[in-house]
Design a protein around this ligand. Structure first.
Ligand SMILES: *Cc1c(COP(=O)(O)O)cnc(C)c1O
Length: 439
């Protein structure tokens, strides 16, 4: 029995997939909040690399070439394995076939590097010398710190002050790669100074960190801001996951009936799902696509579709998205990467049009699933990825009840080896559920 499927180097994808070009209903345009006019590539290029800004608004090109130097970097860790989870299947005694794409084997332990590399590459090409970003849990900041080093860029990461204290190892990782890590709010920006003057013991939030990072990008020459989720160009880069998986499923002689990924802003979900979704759009396939979000931050299942800001400070363009409101304060769950108020623009339109569905999962169920996965497959998953595992287990149990042999494919977006405090709390019985209640 073959358990893992790898692509030979000659089969690695040379292009990313941009589903915007193939969507029956194109996403609504992002708007300038002051004028309510659609933003242009030039507007976005003030903050982001020009090439990323172009990809962000590209609704015509379905295939985008992966630059040769990025392809060469991908070869360090791609293809990632497609794994048949025989032990999990056996434990669940399900007729379902369960496969997972293992993005946790990237050097930084999550899928985030797939977009950090091209974003830094484009910055370098365009004469940028510095990149900046915000990070909560730290997965994105860690990936960006390494990618910046690869292309000789200086990197400054604003990390939410309280997460910096709660998860000290992630800042250690970023500093090891040579990034400057600044706890936000800080005295290094006007926005930070204003906050500290008003409240000297402010714990920081993604809102304060984004404000500081954007201020640094717009006031420093040759400095660009980068984002690790939510935006369309990030989902385009992540399509490498699904394009590889498509070929690997072929090697396994199967095609997925159900595709599942956890959902923060939508990049690992879109990355795995969109290449398969194009066969629903064009080739009469009927794959079901499930995005698994926390019960405490359920924008897909209980959010509202409308224009909203991408950040809590209101600095970004207005985006047409499923949202809980940009001032929504999520509970302090351990899946830090899923504590975001909105869904990416592409996913929001696809959900509205019925091409996919969301499910929301309580925190304790995710840790139960994570523990079962660890004990059967030997990998400790990131608390974020545990949402995809929990959704997969629900489907596998449904297959057992119905006596149906379905093929399920889910994305293991990252490992949880630096999230062991969360596992300790779970093992000690100290974790609780936080359900969302509309205020
Ligand atoms: C950031 C992160 C996520 C959530 O981001 P998406 O853009 O929704 O993919 C999920 N899993 C891991 C391991 C992450 O680091």
């Amino acid at each position: 029995m073959t358990k893992r499927f790898f692509l030979p180097e000659s089969e690695l994808p040379r292009q990313w997939y941009n589903i915007q070009a193939d969507m029956p209903t194109k996403p609504l345009p992002p708007l300038n909040p002051a004028t309510r006019e659609p933003v242009t590539v030039d507007d976005l290029s003030h903050i982001f690399a020009h090439e990323c800004a172009k990809q962000e608004l590209d609704t015509t090109h379905a295939w985008i070439d992966i630059p040769e130097p990025v392809y060469e970097m991908y070869k360090y860790y791609r293809s990632t394995p497609l794994v048949r989870a025989y032990a999990l299947e056996q434990y669940l005694d399900t007729p379902a076939h369960i496969y997972f794409k293992n993005e946790s084997v990237s050097p930084l332990g999550s899928h985030k590097l797939n977009s950090a590399l091209p974003q830094c590459y484009y910055c370098k090409q365009e004469g940028v010398t510095n990149v900046t970003t915000e990070t909560g849990a730290g997965q994105w900041g860690a990936a960006l710190s390494y990618a910046a080093k690869v292309y000789g860029l200086e990197c400054a990461v604003y990390q939410v002050k309280v997460s910096m204290q709660q998860k000290p190892y992630r800042s250690s990782i970023m500093r090891t790669f040579g990034a400057a890590v600044i706890g936000s709010p800080s005295m290094s920006t006007r926005a930070g100074k204003d906050i500290i003057t008003r409240d000297p013991s402010h714990p920081g939030s993604l809102g304060t960190a984004i404000s500081e990072a954007i201020e640094l990008a717009t006031t420093t020459p040759n400095c660009k801001y980068t984002l690790g989720s939510v935006l369309n160009h990030v989902a385009i880069h992540q399509s490498i996951i699904g394009l590889e998986a498509e070929k690997q499923m072929q090697m396994a002689g199967e095609y997925p009936d159900i595709v599942i990924a956890c959902f923060g802003g939508g990049s690992n979900f879109g990355g795995l799902a969109f290449p398969f979704m194009r066969h629903n759009l064009f080739d009469g396939k009927h794959t079901q696509f499930i995005a698994a979000e926390p019960d405490s931050c359920p924008k897909l299942t209980r959010g509202e579709f409308r224009y909203d800001f991408g950040d809590s400070a209101g600095y970004t363009p207005l985006l047409p998205m499923y949202t809980l409101g940009h001032d929504f304060k999520p509970a302090n769950i351990h899946a830090g990467g899923l504590r975001y108020h909105g869904a990416g623009v592409i996913v929001s339109q696809l959900l509205k049009d019925g091409y996919m569905q969301g499910v929301d999962i309580p925190q304790l169920e995710t840790f139960e699933a994570a523990t079962l996965f660890a004990r059967t497959e030997g990998i400790i998953p990131a608390p974020e990825s545990a949402h995809a595992i929990a959704a997969t287990i629900r489907e596998a149990k449904r297959c057992k009840e119905a006596g149906e042999q379905k093929t399920i494919l889910f994305n293991l977006s990252g490992h949880g080896l630096i999230d062991m405090t969360a596992y300790d709390q779970y093992n000690n019985g100290d974790l609780v559920n936080y359900s969302y209640h509309k205020s």
